[in-house]
Structures are given as C-alpha cells and as structure tokens.
Design a protein around this ligand. Structure first.
Ligand code: PMP
Length: 449
C-alpha cells in the first residue's frame, strides 16, 4: 500500500517536489509531535510543516475551533467580508503584537502563503514611499513568488541590494562575533549614507530576525537595533519577516521582542493559521495608503484558518509556550553543543528557542575562504579568529536518512544544504526532547563513520 502510493505520486507529481524525496513516508495519522506512516511506523516530527505547527499536529484546541465553525453553519469562504470569526482572530492577533506596534497597527489579509504576505509588504512600502528598490540580506528566504524570490538567496538583483547578514560561523568578514556583526552593520550603513554606493534611496528593508531556510542564523539583538535605527534615520520602512520565527518559536511571542525592535511592517504566516493556510501583513497605520481594492486576493477569508489561528495564538499566549520554547531550546542547544566536541564533523550548533540548526562540515577539507566580496572595512589579521571547514551537504543528508531510520523527521537547509534543522512543536515534552537528542546523536555517529 505505502510503496504503491509512493510510486504513483513520484511518477505523476512534478519533479519540483522536495520533501517527499528525502522523506519517503506516507503519513496517515498524526497527533502532537508524532506522525504515523501507512506502514504503521511512528516518527517524532521535528519538521512541523516547516515550522507551521506551533502546537503540533491536530491539537485538541485547534480541532475544536475548526469543528465549531463547521458545526455553526458559518460560511467557510467570504473574501474579505467582516465576520465574527475574523473579528476574534484580529482581536487575538492584536493582543499579541509587540507593544510599539499594537496601538497603531493595521492588518491586511493576504492569502494562503507567506510569500503572498511578502509580496503585499513590498507593494505596500513601494506605494507608501513612491520608491522602488529594496534592501535584503545574504542567505535570506522570503518565498518563491517573483518579488519574494528577488529578495531571497544570494543572487544579485537589479531592484534589490543585498547586504551581508551577520554570521558567527562563516562570517563573511572572517571574524564572527560582535566585530563581524559590527562590520556587517557598517556595510549597511555605508549603503544608506554613501552616495557612491550606487544604491538609490530604497522603499524598504526586509530581514528575518533568525534566518531559517538560510541555515538557522540568529541575528544579534544589537545588530537588529542598529538596523532599526539606520532605517528610521533614513525614513526606510523596516519589514520584519516573522513567517517562521513568529508565535513563540524563538522563545518570545515574536522574535523582534528579544531586541525590543518595533518594525514598521511584519510579515506573518505559517503558525498564525494553526496549521491551515493564512498570511497577513501587519503595519503601522501611517503606511496605510492603499486605495480600496489596490491589493486583493480571492483567498483572504479562510474562516477555518482564522479559527484555527485564533485558537493557536491564544493557546501559546495563555500557556506561556514562548517561555517554554526558550527554556527547552536552551537545554537542547546546550546538549547538542556537546556534539561539537565528540564529532569533528559537527561544525556549529546554533539557534534560538525551538529553532535549532546543526551544521555539518567536512573534517578532511580545507578551511573555506570568505564568502562575501570586499567588506567595507577589511578586518585586520588579528581579527581573524577562524575559518570554518567546508560545508558537508552529503553528510547532512546522511544524518537526515539515519534520523528517519530511527523514527525522527528533521529538515535540511542552509546556504549549502549542510544544516540539520529542528523545528519541533512548542508542545514537545521533556521526554520527547530527550528522544530527539538521543536519536540525532546516534544518527550523527552512524553517518560520520
Ligand atoms: N518567509 C520565511 C522567513 C519563510 O521561512 C518562508 C517559508 N519557509 C516564507 C517566507 C514563505 O512562506 P510560504 O512557503 O508559505 O510561501
């Protein structure tokens, strides 16, 4: 049965399919952190719908909220009409917003996907400022539609200037730490202030507080505050993409709260729909320049997603699940960092809250040179603390396979696909966390042999 399903879908589905290649399982049932395959095997799920499932699969409060809408006879699809279900969602969303934004915020429903909200945010800041260009960061991921894609990855683009994202490991300036973040910030500053940079006054800057797909790279709080200050000084709207970091994932309800930064625009999706498709932009009322109908989309009124989302946001808030993510994430990070001593192929372990990355490297390789072209200011040789070993994507894939054999689903990512990513639900129990750590350690040991 399972083999037949896998074979038929592989034959008929587009070659663009991704997860199904690395994870040849056929999920038929799921609850909390556990997925059961058609063959009866059970897995601990650290993929969580690419970080969507803050409460895990089929959480009772989410199911109850969905059933309530179904049983009430409410319309399931209403474009952007006002409804009690939407009213409850907006009320709960605004309750959670960062303090600086909540009192002056507008929300716009954008459609099902994170990338829809990114497009809306770009169009919004372009309309509001009358300018065109955008600032984005190396290694960013904002989605797969054309606008979002322009601002993702490392490819240079005419309309989007790419700035170095601060990185400890594989720091583009070869120094890491505070000094690397400082050099990255100065680069951005020079682009905004130096007319010779050739970058015209931009319509906005977009960043992830923790890069997810880029390899789980948390931005230092001080760097985020610098970006806030710089963008404010130059009247450039700051768009923070919290599609993956939001709803408690990083140990605060929104990841910007760690740094105290108040964005002008927040892009939200994934967990806000409680496992169903929903995406919104939230922005300062001063940017609310749209004419009615200036930005539309058929699927802005998914009532089931709003109800599931309301239940999820409320449950995370009322049960302090962001704090729990912080505590448990710290424990998992501390234990995983030991892998660096035990295995030379584990180059780096990093993350924030329950957004964790383990970067695999090739111990027999030569250290990688700097990735970025010329930094604004060259670090002195004394600044150069290390040059990391080359990324090991094949080893990372082997670790993923070994994890699967041990009943653990993990995600791969990073600039070179060499980062094993853990995005467990915020409801993961202490015992499940221990099982994840044990299975991952075991998988690394086998793959490294
Ligand atoms: N922004 C970020 C930070 C993301 O992680 C993602 C998805 N991984 C997106 C945007 C795009 O979301 P979607 O896949 O729903 O279009």
């Amino acid at each position: 049965w399972q083999e037949g399903i896998l074979r038929r879908q592989a034959a008929r589905e587009s070659s663009a399919r991704t997860y199904a290649r690395a994870l040849p399982i056929v999920p038929v049932r799921a609850r909390g952190m556990t997925i059961e395959g058609a063959d009866g095997r059970r897995y601990l799920d650290c993929l969580s719908g690419a970080g969507t499932l803050a409460l895990g699969h089929n959480h009772p409060v989410v199911l109850e909220a969905i059933r309530k809408v179904l049983d009430s006879g409410a319309p399931l699809h209403v474009l952007d009409l006002a409804t009690p279900v939407k009213d409850a969602f907006i009320t709960e969303l605004f309750r959670t917003l960062p303090a600086g934004l909540a009192d002056h915020a507008r929300v716009q429903f954008c459609g099902p996907a994170g990338t829809d909200a990114v497009e809306a945010a770009f169009k919004l800041v372009r309309t509001a400022t009358g300018r065109d260009g955008l600032l984005a960061f190396t290694g960013a991921y904002h989605g797969m539609t054309s606008g979002a894609l322009e601002a993702s990855g490392n490819a240079p683009d005419v309309r989007v200037a790419r700035l170095p994202y601060p990185q400890d490991f594989r720091c583009p300036f070869g120094v890491g730490g505070d000094r690397g973040a400082e050099l990255a910030a100065r680069w951005t500053e020079s682009v905004l202030t130096d007319p010779k940079s050739g970058v015209p006054h931009p319509a906005g800057m977009i960043l992830e507080p923790v890069q997810g797909e880029g390899g789980v790279i948390p931005a230092p709080d001080a760097w985020l505050r610098r970006m806030r200050q710089l963008t404010a000084d130059h009247s450039v709207p700051l768009i923070v993409d919290e599609v993956q970091t939001g709803v408690g994932r990083t140990g605060a309800f929104w990841a910007v709260e760690h740094s105290g930064v108040t964005p002008d625009v927040m892009v939200l999706s994934k967990a806000i729909g409680g496992s169903l498709p929903l995406a919104v932009v939230v922005y300062h009322e001063d940017l609310d320049v749209w004419e009615p109908g200036a930005h539309a989309g058929t699927f802005r009124g998914n009532q089931l997603a709003m109800a599931a989302g309301t239940a999820t946001l409320a449950h995370v808030r009322e049960n302090g699940l962001a704090d729990r993510a912080h505590r448990l994430g710290d424990r998992m990070l501390t234990e995983l960092r030991r892998l660096r001593t035990d295995f030379t192929c584990v180059g780096d372990v990093r993350g924030r809250g329950l957004m964790i990355g383990v970067e695999l490297v090739d111990p027999s390789g030569e250290p990688t040179p700097k990735q970025h072209p010329q930094p604004t200011e060259n670090p002195t040789p004394a600044d150069r603390t290390y040059e990391p070993l080359p990324p090991a994507p094949e080893l990372a894939a082997a670790v993923q396979r070994e994890c699967l054999r041990r009943g653990l689903i993990v995600e791969l990512g990073g600039r070179h696909n060499s980062v094993v990513r853990l995005l467990p639900p915020l409801t993961i129990t202490d015992e499940q966390a221990t099982a994840v750590l044990d299975r991952l350690t075991d998988a690394v040991q086998t793959a490294a042999r």
